[in-house]
Ligand binder design. Structure first.
Ligand code: AMP
Ligand code: GLY
Length: 421
């Protein structure tokens, strides 16, 4: 098989790493890829957000499967376009991708189908926003309706702060994405991310992981795309996975089908868990980054038949995947300044592959080659140092051990990933 992988971050390096281990795969092509993926196959400099160019690429390469990493092209209809060319794709249609691309869509959908989530109101003006905010207790949660690269959520501690945030957002703080707002009640509890695959009908549970969204130790500092992750999650056992499947994931996939938007791909549920059980915070229609790195390291089964079965509608025939019993942790090495302004082009020294062992993998995220062919940083999140070991703490220790062998001046990373468990 020939597989075309869309994206070029740490998530995609981990997906590519796992895809090329499949005996079914003869060739991996990445668009745009990164130097880590270039070691696994051809990289073609087409942006992961340029739908027409991606469609042309797929039409000329004729892959047996397209795997889409990030959400933007899905929200813009990449899967629909590939479908018109009879190209198998792992990823949802534009309509099904609304589960991520419109928070208002998802909240109304949950209300229609009694899927547990925070009470909310969708608003487009200050009068409505204020009226609903006055019915809530602090803290207040305000979300841009559209895609905002993980930055569109504001948690305000006072009514005054909430009103100011609502005004800023409605006036275009996140562009068109925040012309509509979702305001919702604050949920208390512990968070976890849970992943499941679907072919539009059948649903196959994967596992849970926990992300660390804040930039600095102790969950301080600004929100980021994720500074580290680990799995398994101690407060998320098999019984909880079954509840999340029965109360949230299966009803969602069934109702998306009934409403005419069958969901194909991976459903990533951000969950808040308290004594009453799990509630949905939000859906994403793709793997998490860096949660994916942890999932790929723990997945013992071949990934490719799973992705292909989603694309071909044959997921019910696929056996449950087998997972490594060991725990996994990943630590993000980021450029100083991230998620704010940061510089690019810092030289990176990685250990020779023969020194790295199978328990520690360095997935490249924001990396590039400079004119002389040296590996340099090219983004905010640069490397995901990922390790397997008997417990989450041991896995984190092994990943931190891996960092010692990496040269990357002007980097920072959290030192408390997996420590709280
Ligand atoms: P989201 O982008 O929707 O995942 O939100 C980002 C983060 O904001 C989540 O991971 C939660 O920590 C927090 N959050 C979002 N919605 C709520 C809510 N209704 N109650 C409490 N925390 C929330
Ligand atoms: N790590 C969170 C995300 O991928 O959205």
């Amino acid at each position: 098989m020939k597989v075309l992988l869309i994206g070029g971050g740490g998530r995609e390096h981990a997906l590519g790493w796992k895809i090329v281990q499949s005996p079914l795969v003869r060739e991996l092509i990445s668009a745009p890829g990164n130097p880590g993926l270039a070691a696994l196959g051809r990289c073609i400099p087409v942006s992961a957000e340029d739908v027409p160019a991606l469609v042309s690429l797929a039409v000329s390469e004729q892959p047996d499967l397209v795997v889409v990493g990030p959400e933007v092209a899905l929200a813009d209809g990449l899967a629909d376009q590939l479908g018109k060319h009879q190209i198998a794709v792992f990823g949802p249609s534009q309509a099904a991708a609304q589960l991520e691309s419109s928070k208002a869509f998802t909240k109304e959908f949950c209300a229609r189908h009694a899927i547990p989530t925070a009470r909310h109101r969708t608003v487009q003006g200050m009068a409505d926003a204020e009226e609903f905010l006055r019915t809530l207790h602090p803290p207040f949660v305000l979300k841009a309706d559209g895609l905002a690269a993980g930055k569109g959520v504001v948690i305000a501690q006072s009514l005054g702060e909430a009103l100011t945030a609502a005004k800023d957002m409605l006036q275009g703080q996140f562009g068109a994405a925040s012309q509509t707002l979702v305001i919702e009640e604050f949920m208390h509890g512990v968070e976890a991310s849970f992943f499941a695959l679907s072919d539009g009908n059948a649903v196959l549970p994967l596992i849970a992981a926990q992300d660390h969204k804040r930039a600095f130790d102790g969950d301080l500092g600004p929100n980021t795309g994720g500074m580290g992750a680990f799995s398994p999650v101690s407060h998320f056992d098999d019984a909880m996975a079954n509840r999340v499947m029965d109360e949230i994931i299966i009803p969602t996939v069934a109702a998306m089908g009934e409403e005419g938007h069958p969901f194909v791909g991976v459903l990533f549920a951000g969950l808040m868990i308290d004594e009453n059980g799990p509630k949905l915070i939000e859906y994403n229609v793709r793997f998490g980054d860096p949660e994916c790195q942890v999932l790929m390291m723990r997945l013992h089964s071949d990934l490719v038949p799973l992705l292909l079965a989603c694309a071909k509608g044959t997921l019910s025939k696929v056996p449950q995947p087998v997972w490594d019993k060991r725990a996994c942790a990943t630590i993000i090495m980021a450029a100083k300044g991230y998620p704010g302004a940061y510089e690019k082009g810092f030289p990176l020294g990685l250990p020779e592959p023969e020194l790295a062992n199978a328990e520690v993998q360095i997935f490249q995220a924001g990396t590039a080659l400079d004119e002389a062919g040296h590996l340099v940083s090219s983004g905010g999140r640069v490397l995901a140092v990922t390790a397997l070991a008997s417990t989450v703490q041991e896995a984190a220790k092994a990943a931190y051990g891996g960092i010692e062998h990496i040269e990357f001046k002007n980097s920072f990373y959290r030192r408390d990933i997996g420590v709280k468990v």
